[in-house]
Design a protein around this ligand. Structure first.
Ligand code: BES
Ligand code: ZN
Ligand code: ZN
Length: 485
């Protein structure tokens, strides 16, 4: 999505213009040609228009009238999701470019409004059509938006917002694509290109290296896959050498069959999205580097396929992790925590990360607990929680904290190894998953984000269509742009 600003409010016949209506909206503020709107607009608003309405015209510009909630307090989120819906209406009518008249709403600056609209149209204007040959009714994606009558004194803010949202959309492309296109090999290739950005570099720990470093957990999980397991380490140094380092660690299971504890068909269907954590940390570090934020960040990305064949690791096996702790595999479907265990040890021991934030589609229990609105945050660190929650409120990528304490950590004791990868029952599944990862963090400040609930939409919502939401890219980028604690 490209964003433009036009001083004038002139509108051509062929344009499509997005206009917000709300209580107190003055139709006289609209550009002169919009007779239709002036005649019918008030009526439309007060007839309680619920969804954006497309008003085509032969004589003047087409209009998309976007109602903002009547009576309710208008929040930036209202504007963001109304804009997303409007973008989809525009696309259904085959528009690839729209013009926008900013609403005038008390409490919000024009910059805030423009930023929220930019988020809405960019994320809402996304379509995944990689596998469509184009001869059916495939929607065209929205390519450009122009703010009318705006000099763009806040232009940089809007362009930066679009930059990050465009990266969310690239993340969505990666997550939505099937395993033929997205697998450990291709993700490494994509990361190699990203690592060419200024002040970035990349190191790959291939399978040989993982074996020699005794990263036995990731090696075990990845052993049966069609592609070799590996860890990508991307580095962006935007701060001083003495500054603190953040490590974002993202679960990259490019397909999760469950392993020998194989998933039932319905539970396996969408398991290509089990690399959503990997994709979001990859596109977060890309965003951070492109924005040239003055921070030091690693993205640590363990990549495997959790596959079934004669090489598969087996229920009951015990492996000594990179940290030295032994792990009793009681269920091969709890594989994400295993690869993350070696990855967070690597982030702490080898990279000396001061902060470790891992992001993972870790547990089905997360959706049971939170539905698809909130991701789960688990941490012992209240300040880190505050910073992440504040980014979550700002970006609309919602987070809700679940508790953790020693009692939960005890649930993963094993009678034959130091720890087991699951607990005895299904209770508190999301917390138990986090408690497992915690066993591999020593002094670094750590938070775990389970995105099994939010990374993927089973149904289209106001902001996102079906499937990948790109969750996490905007959250982590915003976190990195805040002051470090
Ligand atoms: N990738 C799954 C979690 C998942 C499930 C993500 C559904 C998205 C949607 C994970 O590897 C897994 O299978 N977890 C198990 C853990 C259990 C064996 C303790 C689960 O959630 O059932
Ligand atoms: Zn699994
Ligand atoms: Zn998984």
């Amino acid at each position: 999505m490209k964003m433009f600003f036009e001083n004038s409010r002139e509108i051509g016949k062929k344009d499509t213009v997005l206009v917000f209506t709300y209580e107190g909206f003055d139709f006289k503020t609209l550009p002169t040609k919009m007779e239709f709107m002036r005649t019918y607009g008030t009526a439309l608003y007060f007839s309680e228009l619920k969804n954006p309405l497309y008003l085509p015209s032969d004589k003047e510009a087409d209009l998309i009238v976007v109602p903002l909630k009547n009576g309710d307090v208008i929040e930036l989120e209202t504007i963001r999701s109304a804009s997303a819906q409007a973008a989809r209406v525009a696309m259904q009518h085959k528009n690839s470019a729209i013009k926008i008249v900013l609403p005038e709403i008390d409490n919000f600056s024009r910059e805030e409004l423009a930023v929220s609209i930019t988020e809405g149209v960019t994320l809402g204007g996304y379509v995944f059509n990689r596998y469509k040959s184009g001869d059916d009714d495939t929607a065209t994606s929205l390519e450009s938006c122009t703010f009318l009558g705006e000099t763009g004194e806040y232009k940089e803010k809007v362009l930066n917002t679009a930059l990050v949202c465009n990266n969310s959309n690239l993340c969505r492309d990666m997550v939505n694509s099937g395993t033929e296109e997205v697998n450990p090999d291709s993700i490494e290739k994509a990361a190699t290109v990203i690592a060419k950005i200024k002040n970035m570099s990349m190191r790959v720990l291939n399978e040989k290296k993982l074996i020699s470093k005794k990263m036995n957990l990731i090696c075990a999980v990845g052993r049966a896959g069609r592609y070799r397991p590996r860890i990508l380490e991307l580095k962006y140094k935007g701060g001083k050498s003495s500054d603190k380092w953040i490590a974002f660690v993202g679960k990259g299971v490019t397909f999760d069959t469950g392993g020998l504890d194989v998933k039932p068909a319905a539970g396996m269907l969408d398991m290509r999205y089990d690399m959503a954590g990997a994709a979001s940390v990859l596109y977060a570090i890309k965003s951070i580097a492109e924005l040239k934020l003055p921070v030091n960040v690693y993205a640590v990305i363990p990549l495997v396929e959790n596959a079934v064949d004669s090489q598969s690791y087996k229920p009951g096996d015990v492996f000594v992790s990179y940290s030295g702790k032994s792990v009793h595999v009681q269920n091969t479907d709890a594989e994400g925590r295993l690869i993350l265990a070696d990855a967070v040890t690597y982030a702490e021991k080898d990279l000396k990360a001061d902060y470790i934030i891992d992001m993972a589609t870790l547990t089905g229990a997360c959706s049971i607990a939170l539905g698809s609105e909130y991701a789960a945050l688990v941490t012992y660190d209240d300040k880190l929680k505050d910073a992440l929650v504040s980014s979550s409120i700002k970006t609309g990528e919602k987070l809700w904290q679940l508790p953790i304490n020693k009692a939960y950590e005890k649930l993963i004791k094993s009678d034959i190894a130091d720890i087991a990868n699951i607990s005895a029952d299904r209770k508190a599944g999301t917390i138990v998953g986090a408690a497992f990862i915690k066993q591999f963090v020593d002094k670094s400040r750590w938070a775990h984000i389970d995105i099994a609930s939010t990374a993927w939409a089973d149904n289209a919502g106001a902001m996102y269509g079906k499937y990948s939401t790109g969750y996490g890219v905007r959250l982590l980028t915003d976190f990195a742009s805040g002051p470090l604690l």
